[in-house]
Unconditional design. Sequence first.
Lengths: 397, 323
Amino acid sequence: MKRVVITGLGVTSSIGQNINDFWTACKDGVSGITEIKKNNLQVAGPKFGGQIHDFDPSKYIFVNNVAEIGRGSQLLISSMRQAIEDSKLKEQQYEYADFYIGTTMGEVTVEISDFNIYQGKISSDILLEQNQLKNMLVYASKEFNLKGQSSLITNACAAGNYANIQAFEQIRRNKTKVAIAAGTDPFSTVAYYGFNRLKAISPDKCRPFDKNRKGMLVAEGSACVILEELEHALARGAKIYAEIVGYGVSSDSFHITSPHPESLGIIRSTRNALNYAKITPEDIDYISAHGTGTPANDRVESHAINSIFGNKKPTSSIKSMLGHTMGAASSIESVVSCLAIGENIAPPTINFETPDEECEIDCIPNKAREFNMDYVINNSYAFGGTNASVVFKKFKK
Amino acid sequence: MDTKIEITGIGCISPWGDMPKTFVENIKTGAAYINLLKDFDLKKYISKKGLRTLPKSTKMAIAATKLAIEDSGYSLDTNWDEERVGVFVGNSMSYLNNINDFLKSVYVDGPESVSPLKFPNTVLNNISGWVSIVFNIKGINSTVNTGNTSGIDAIIQAKSYIENGIIDKAIVVAVEDIEQAVLHNEAPNLKNKDYKMTEMAVSIILEKSSKKHKYGTINDTLSWMEHTYKEGMIDQKVSQIIQSTTNINNIIYGSGNKNDSSILNFIENENLRIKVENPFTYIGTTYAVSGLIKLLIGIFSQGQSLIVETNEYGNNCCLLVEN
């Protein structure tokens, strides 16, 4: 079996539209949460979310017509272009790369939720064409002339990790030398209305693991990682951020929106990942948490962390800064895992004020922390009870 | 050559009946232009509380999976290790109905009045989530959305997780509910009298090393992207597969795009002694289910079949199935 390393990173987020800005903001604990600017959002009072302001897609999109493609695809292409450029791969080295994209809502919510469409002011036959989910794959393929195996994985908020897993296995089994894994989601009004009705949205800040946490915040973003077979990367002198050494998946089989109260599904995905990587819980140095900031999710996740790792393992949630970027979340957290392991710095969980006896974990409150990291686990859990964890290792020949 | 995967169970919910063999025989003669699953009632298949408000597509997937599990010889009392079983769903358009349904309520009743039960239906993986809940599947549940190649892509994903030792068995479901949004949005196409559409669900059980050689074996899969249509490109791929594979008896193709005539011309020009079948001509578009319909036809044909599924956006895949 082949070893798989990460040789390119890209991210477009509310706290930075390139790797350097994003990582600096992440370490500084900068919040990307602002009052939502969305003309057709029909809810009373000021509402907050993680929108990306001043995003200029024309800086990244050169082949597709920017005006014709949805914001999810625009964000996707921006992070893919950054990652490909960062990897310094030549087109002939990546054109047959397999590529996997994860998303929760796809383009559909942006287009279909426009009130004009509902009122019939826009022809409905255009609607179908614009909202085909697979468009994301097509636009990305066209932009970068990609011809390999591809898939749009729609596993809600764990979709980014599932994209990583598919890409990892294709290289590990020597089906391809290079693979591209990305996650993307535009700000979704459907998600906003839905989480609002589930009473899962915080009125102001996202406070993961805090006793007074009041919920998550809907956000948007995209991230991309380039995975490469080790010998291929070494032969061309590529910069190697980290190695992927294992993953675990599971299905709660419990409830369509709520996690299993005894954390059974997420405990299984974490243990499966450790077993795959042939390491013990003690080997993990940092946990990139799912950490949405909802009372139930954080309680259940803390219980899982405690039962596997004990309550001293450094853990943080960057959703405290970004909000929940849905299908992009675990992709962005993969980028964080790679950068953290490389610099031995873990980003903080900001907005943390009051410890919660139900979340007895070390959530790296409010200030980034420097310590040695050899292994990082990136956890993601989603609607439908689907869970995925990926283990990153500091690269050593 | 990849690991061979056995097909040990089939469940089919179609306008022409539930049993796959009946379905294959009936579609050629029974298909009309618009083939809807009328009077579908999940209670006929499974009695379980909490399913009444699910979208039609999710109910269809659950019913088809119930039939597939029973057909495979397993029972719903889980005489299998549920942590070693996964669910993989291919879907293309059904979510449009669910989002329309949710937003209509938002706009008519107000965002504070919409039923919170409707929101999870808008999330694209609700079908795989519900199938895993109803049938107690704990290995993995995953969804893929690549238009009419979704069904085959779900098989490719399932096969990968089996080959990698993550699971031993997989339920692969392709489902499409066209009744509301799709039908509405395809109205311009429906003016063309030759345009046909069908809604249905097909569920299959895949196993790595089953002693039961019940239906057939998936011998190999291939998937690639061709973002710009080039004449003859699909022929090259099909030609490569034919040359590298012994004993292909049938080619089952037809996705309603330019590739169809290209494949047919290639087979005729090369004078290949291979039986060809194009179900698109009599069943029309079935979106995500398209590949699994071809798979069923392959299973009930003699010998080894090459399934070819393409879409005009560039997703292409091939699958070799042998009965």
